[in-house]
Design a protein around this ligand. Structure first.
Ligand code: TYD
Length: 133
C-alpha cells in the first residue's frame, strides 16, 4: 500500500455535521492507539521519522497542516485542512508535519502501541533501509 488520502463519510445536519471512521470500512487497520498534536507554535515541525512496522492515519480535526512523505527516493506533500478526510501512512515512509495553522489539531490513530524501537529517526538510515526493499 502507498500513502493515500482517505475520504470519510459526512453526515450533513443543520444541527452540525458529523464524520467518522471505523475499521474496516474507512480504515485499513484496527486501531491500537490514538494521540493528538496541538498547541504547535508557528513555524515548528513535528514527526521527522519513519516507523518500521506501524501504520497511521492522520487527520486535521481542526485547522490545517502539511504532511511531507518521503519514500526513500522522493517526497510528496499532502495538505490536510478538513476534518472529513485524512492521510493513510503505511509503515516505512518518512513523514514530517509542518506549516501548522493557529489552533490546529492533528489526530493520529495507529495500529500499534507506542514503542520507541519502532522509530527510525535517522534519515540516512531510513533511506538505506527503504532502498533495500
Ligand atoms: P514523537 O512521536 O517523537 O513526536 P513527533 O513525531 O510528533 O515529533 O513523540 C514525542 C514524545 O512523546 C516521545 O518522547 C515519546 C512520547 N510519546 C508517547 O509516550 N506515546 C505516544 O503514543 C507518542 C506518539 C509519543
Amino acid at each position: 500500500m502507498i500513502p493515500k488520502i482517505i475520504e470519510l463519510p459526512k453526515i450533513y445536519d443543520k444541527r452540525g455535521n458529523l464524520s467518522f471512521f471505523q475499521y474496516p470500512s474507512n480504515l485499513p487497520f484496527e486501531i491500537e492507539r490514538t494521540y493528538w498534536v496541538y498547541d504547535v507554535p508557528g513555524g515548528e515541525k513535528r514527526g521527522s521519522h519513519a516507523f518500521k512496522e506501524q501504520q497511521e492515519f492522520i487527520i486535521a480535526l481542526s485547522g490545517s497542516f502539511d504532511v511531507i512523505i518521503h519514500d526513500g527516493k522522493e517526497e510528496k506533500s499532502f495538505s490536510l485542512n478538513r476534518s472529513y478526510y485524512g492521510l493513510y501512512v503505511p509503515k516505512m515512509y518518512w513523514r514530517r508535519l509542518e506549516n501548522f495553522s493557529t489552533n490546529s489539531l492533528a489526530l493520529i490513530v495507529s495500529d500499534k502501541p507506542y514503542n520507541e524501537n519502532d522509530y527510525i529517526r535517522d534519515f540516512e538510515e531510513f533511506k538505506t533501509l527503504a532502498n533495500e526493499k
